[in-house]
Design a protein around this ligand. Structure first.
Ligand code: PEP
Ligand code: MG
Length: 756
């Protein structure tokens, strides 16, 4: 019988066994017979994990007395090596392999050749399927594939019959594999531990053997069509239009998506009797195996692309298209993703989401801002992330140090616990600062307010002792909602926020949608036209022109503030007339309410965000119109440096502590001095101690920052003498040192100011 015919025969028979009424052990006994016979092997054995050991569960050819007696540890002998490394062995002479171990009770001394494949369940090896021959020979590829296919069927059997203890298997294989340490860029500081969950979960394959080959063939054809459509659509979308990294990735995707060889191999696997899902996985396994033998980092990158695409195809064909959020998180979780949108992050249960690790990401990407607001630590820019962490791995995330460890050793866990305790102590010391007013050493009261955007954030206000909410990002409500929030819902939220804030001020920023804050139900209106969404039709531009959006929000805010003060801030104002037009929308609504004798706000203060550099050139025209101005350093920086804040390649290129930014900010401070407006900073920059020190140095006296930074920044403020830092800053900005960041840090250290 040819090897291919043998493979087909195995599947046909396996199909019968799986459908039979035999109990699990009976099925295993049949499987070893079927495989042994088809491959003409004297021996075929199945080992499965039990109580931490690989136990011989069924065999043809070895002594039957050895069944449920022969046991080996992971990593021990050839079988243990297969399971530990999740790798296939194909040896003409088993004894020549350094890991070979002889077990007398099995009577295997007379066999020479050996081939074995891991049985993988939930991405972990929970056993091995081996064949042995009397004569020394290497097995053909198609025989190895037949073994791998059988191993897939066995994993289906395991899933359905509870042959192994699932919890134990996950725990043991985890403990028995090496820890993997990852390094990245701290995007949101903090410590967290939990179980790794992929944002895009791997598809679980429920059925391996096909009922009807033709049906499977059709399913895979349709899936290929849909996948190619998706890739083509991606190509037409703006984010891919501009060349560069996206373009390269896309070209690779296209190449794979239309690769004849790939679809042919999947079809061949279907011909041999597999379901579409199993066929895709089968081909992927083979590619993975081949790639492992080639040590080339460039190829490894391409491999990820193919893996991505293969998963996409699997998701389409199986209909399992939801993210991990839609399935719900099992327990404390560290989320793993290439990248995420802010709306996607907000879909997760905040009580269980403990940390996020991204392959991409940057400090001011909105997903990171949202995570910061949720106090969820984020580590970004981890290369090769998805190759190092598996679903279900225990992960320790130390975003303070910029590292994460998957499958940590016991000693690491203990060290981590100790650091955790230390951090908690530090946090507790910030809590003590709650009622302490932040005066500098020379007696100036600094306003430390907080940024918010979700209903739950409001509770932080009194918890951290902020002076108010300096930026309420109203668009977060739009991001978490499946449809455009109705006016009544908006009113309710704004009212609740004001109720909770009591006498403390709240600055409501009108919707800032667009850019990297994608709102699915509006996306078709802006995403497709904009080649450069950060500079495109977003924020006030969109809110004004999209009929009714700003109008509805104005009414909601005015009604919510009935009888009390209201602060309204417009984002992305570039020219004074934009402010006038936006304010006119509020005036119109006020007139309407006045006519209907509705309760109006006690007072209304209007302000703008300074994010577009052009506005800085017309301060004289802007200031008379407004009561306050808040500098949005996140957007301002991206426009000053012409560097997309969400582009991971630029994430580390420019520094907030650069002469360009600090001179710009100082000029703004000077331009508003003595004028009747409040000036502050509400970008992420203000929440970092060293940056906050620099901001004080250029004359900023009001900060609005992420809640978890309020304590640390208050503590910083109390250590600073304003005259000293201002004098030092003046010198630095006249003759900037080689590295301004270093100079400020050294200066702070010499003064005994803790900027960590
Ligand atoms: C900013 O741009 O600095 C800002 C605070 O607004 P956002 O981050 O929401 O764009
Ligand atoms: Mg902004």
């Amino acid at each position: 019988m040819s090897a291919a015919a043998a493979a087909r025969q195995i599947l046909t028979h396996l199909h019968e066994v799986m459908a039979s009424r035999l109990h699990a052990q009976g099925k295993l006994d049949r499987v070893v017979e079927i495989v042994g016979e088809a491959l003409d092997s004297e021996v075929c054995s199945i080992y499965l994990l039990r109580e931490g050991m690989l136990e011989l569960f069924a065999t043809r050819g070895l002594k039957q007395e050895a069944v449920h007696v022969t046991r080996m540890a992971l990593g021990e002998g050839l079988t243990g090596t297969i399971a530990q490394n999740v790798e296939t062995l194909n040896l003409a002479e088993a004894k020549a392999h350094p890991d070979f171990q002889y077990r007398p009770e099995t009577g295997e001394e007379k066999f020479h050749s050996f081939a074995g494949v891991p049985i993988v369940y939930r991405e972990r090896a929970v056993g091995a399927l081996n064949v042995q021959h009397l004569d020394p020979r290497r097995y053909e590829d198609v025989e190895i594939e037949a073994l791998q296919t059988t191993a897939m069927v066995l994993s289906e059997l395991i899933a359905n019959t509870g042959l192994i203890d699932e919890e134990e298997a996950l725990g043991l294989t985890r403990a028995s594999t090496e820890p993997a340490k990852m390094e990245g860029l701290p995007l949101v500081k903090g410590l967290a531990s939990g179980v790794a969950v992929y944002h895009q979960p791997r598809v679980t394959i429920d059925q391996v053997v096909a009922e009807d080959v033709e049906v499977e063939r059709q399913r895979v054809y349709r899936a290929f069509d849909r996948m190619r459509d998706q890739i083509d659509t991606m190509a037409q979308q703006a984010e891919f239009g501009a060349g560069g990294e996206h373009e390269e990735v896309l070209q690779t995707y296209k190449m794979f998506a239309y690769d004849e060889g790939w679809s042919r191999r999947i079809n061949e696997a279907i011909d041999s009797g597999l379901t579409a899902e199993a066929a895709i996985e089968r081909v992927q396994q083979r590619t993975r195996m081949r790639m492992r033998e080639i040590d080339d980092p460039l190829l490894a990158d391409r491999m990820h692309d193919l893996e991505d695409l293969s998963n996409r195809l699997l998701r389409i064909v199986s209909g399992q298209i939801g993210t991990a959020a839609s399935k719900g998180l099992p327990r404390d979780t560290i989320l793993i993703a290439k990248n995420l949108g802010p709306a996607e992050l907000l879909e997760y249960d905040r009580r269980k989401l403990k940390g996020v690790i991204l392959e991409e990401g940057s400090l001011t990407a909105h997903v990171v801002i949202v995570a910061r607001a949720m106090a969820v630590p984020v580590l970004g820019r981890v290369r090769g992330l998805r190759g190092m962490v598996r679903e279900g791995d225990e992960v320790l995330l130390d975003a303070d140090a910029g590292t994460a460890t998957a499958r940590p050793a016991q000693t690491m866990l203990q060290a981590f616990e100790a650091r955790f305790a230390q951090t908690k102590k530090r946090l507790a010391s910030y809590a003590e600062l709650r009622d302490v007013e932040p005066f500098t050493r020379d007696g100036t009261r600094i306003q430390v307010m907080m940024n918010a955007g979700l209903r739950d954030d409001i509770s932080s206000l009194n918890l951290v002792g902020a002076d108010g909410i300096g930026l309420f990002r109203t668009e977060f409500q739009f991001l978490v909602s499946a449809t455009l929030p109705q006016r009544e819902r908006q009113t309710r939220l704004y009212r609740d926020v004001m109720d909770a804030a009591g006498s403390k001020p709240v600055v409501f920023r009108t919707v800032d949608i667009g850019g990297d804050k994608a709102v699915p139900y509006l996306a078709s209106e802006y995403a497709e036209q904009d080649e450069n969404p950060a500079m495109g039709w977003r924020a006030l531009r969109l809110a004004m022109e999209r009929k009714g959006l700003l109008k509805a929000q104005a009414r909601a805010l005015l009604e919510a503030a009935g009888g009390r003060p209201l602060n309204v801030m417009f984002p992305m104002v570039a020219e004074p007339w934009e402010f006038d037009a936006a304010k006119a929308v509020f005036d119109e609504q006020l007139d309407y309410m006045r006519d209907r004798k509705k309760m109006l706000p006690e007072t209304i203060r209007y302000g703008v965000m300074l994010e577009v550099p052009a506005l800085a050139e017309v301060l004289d025209l802007m200031i008379p119109r407004i009561s306050f101005m808040s500098i949005g350093t996140n957007d301002l920086t991206q426009f000053l440096f012409a560097a997309d804040r969400a582009n991971p390649k630029l994430a580390e290129r420019y520094d907030w502590l650069s002469p360009a930014i600090l001179r710009f900010l100082r000029r703004l401070v000077r331009g508003t001095q003595g004028q009747p407006i409040d000036l502050g900073v509400c970008g992420e920059m203000g929440g970092r101690r060293l940056e906050a020190l620099a901001l004080l140095g250029v004359g900023i006296r009001r900060l609005s920052i992420t809640p978890s930074s309020v304590g640390p920044i208050k503590e910083l403020v109390r250590q600073v003498d304003l005259a000293e830092i201002e004098a030092a800053m003046d010198e630095w900005l006249v003759r900037p040192p080689g590295c301004l960041r270093e100079a400020i840090a050294d200066w702070a250290q010499a003064k005994g100011i803790d900027t960590q």
